[in-house]
Design a protein around this ligand. Sequence first.
Ligand code: SF4
Length: 334
Amino acid sequence: MNQTVMKIDDLRLVFPISRSLVDVVKGRPGREVNALNGVSLELKQGETLGVVGESGCGKSTLARCIVRLNQPTSGQIHFDGQDVFEGKMLKDRSYNRRVQMMFQDPYSSLNPRMTTGQILTEALRVHEMRPHDQVDERVSELLDLVRLPQDAKDKLPHEFSGGQRQRIAIARALAVEPEILIADELVSALDVSVQAQVVNLLLELQERLSLTVLFVAHDLRLVRHVSNRVAVIYLGRIVEIGDSETLFSAPAHPYSQALLSAAPSLDPDDKGQAIRLEGELPSPLNIPPGCPFHVRCQYAADRCRTDQPALRPLTTGGEVACHFAESLEQNDHA
Ligand code: SF4
């Protein structure tokens, strides 16, 4: 088993919502969005951990906490044995270099007035990655690494296609030689053919540079393609985590089963019955008691309405948060 490079323990994030005038008049208390409700996981050196779930389930919030764009309400993220939100680590700028995030829309994260060369030069200079006289050479290497032509150096972001802009974003992230890359819906905005190119480039670079990747996405086919392990998130909690092949071929949690059965199959002959997810995702303002999935679960029993299932080991090696996972009908999604 590879070494653990990051350990997340019981991460919680509650956003208070300001009271409306009606709330104030009626004397209603302020409300809170429970975005993360006790996420624990480990990232292993060199792996890709996919994080999946419906929109609004907390996967991007988790990614933002890891790069310290959001401060958790409680819980810890340990990197190099230290809590990244504790005093000394909080001031340590090297963490921002060692753990890099790439966003869905590179256009908004790339300065439109800076050329690619300037963008990469700035990243190298801020973290003093190379002596002054070696910066140009390194910019050229980075362009080669992400397979952009050398004349890209002199062009502005708007002169590139979406896929090329994501390559610039990857080059900028790699410029600072990170150990962990957080890819938040990295290719969601791109055409399918371009998605494959960018994802395959990422996989190639990951292997070449021994990177650890957290791949947040709602496209399950992509996640299956890139991930060694997968975590399924529902209402700010991990409901299932395990190695990718096992989880995709025999998901144990009813939510994972429904999510996977609703995803288009890679096999055009697969006429599998989609399991319908009943109802809407409940609001994180008002999370159901007991198992938070019980209001949508076809297997819900009385116990599910009162007892919250903890994440527990399965014989397959993964973990699941469901009281009855072993006795539920398995849906084969292979
Ligand atoms: Fe469904 Fe109950 Fe399992 Fe929750 S604990 S997923 S409601 S069977």
